[in-house]
Design a protein around this ligand. Sequence first.
Ligand SMILES: CC(C)(COP(=O)(O)OP(=O)(O)OC[C@H]1O[C@@H](n2cnc3c(N)ncnc32)[C@H](O)[C@@H]1OP(=O)(O)O)[C@@H](O)C(=O)NCCC(=O)NCCS
Length: 166
Amino acid sequence: MRLERPSLKWETEHIAYMREWDEDRMTPSSFHLKEDIPYAVYLEELVVKEAGHGNRVPNSNYFLVGDDERIIGMVNIRHSLNDYLRQVDGHIGYGIRPSERRKGYATFLLSEALKITDRLGIRSVLVTCNEDNIGSAAVIVNNGGVEDESFTEPHGNIVRRFWIER
Ligand SMILES: CC(C)(COP(=O)(O)OP(=O)(O)OC[C@H]1O[C@@H](n2cnc3c(N)ncnc32)[C@H](O)[C@@H]1OP(=O)(O)O)[C@@H](O)C(=O)NCCC(=O)NCCS
């Protein structure tokens, strides 16, 4: 299993991965595909967004690919924090395809993402999850997450916030 950068060769797999999700809820949102946008254009736009665009900080996107060349999960790594990320989204967002959950893949994916934040020189990594996301909280704790104060969003959603010291 390995992390791979999105590229043209993953188009069919990426579409199949997305079809497994209830589309609106696919995480991270940087991997959402739109039917009217060709994959090559999606990839070009992704590179622009990764450089830091509008209110986005520089970030990187990777697929978690299995030995059978299927995409198992996806991760978005933010290279720094702004106010919103510090309160709500943290440095790392990830998701695992529905048919591959509860097999330890998210725990592995976060551990691989932490190697990338290490290379970026990030010593305190913030990872968050919604209060009701027991699975994600376990993934974060499995990777050494220590809980900080929660943040309540204006609409009442409670975000649990964890720091992973490296
Ligand atoms: C949350 C999510 C990433 C977990 O992925 P996963 O590959 O199933 O996680 P793991 O198999 O590594 O599980 C880690 C731990 O969480 C537990 N767990 C996972 N899903 C769980 C669930 N729905 N309820 C309770 N526990 C759960 C596992 O049993 C495991 O426990 P253990 O370490 O004590 O053995 C996955 O369910 C997902 O993609 N959800 C939708 C997107 C999302 O919520 N992303 C995270 C945003 S913060």
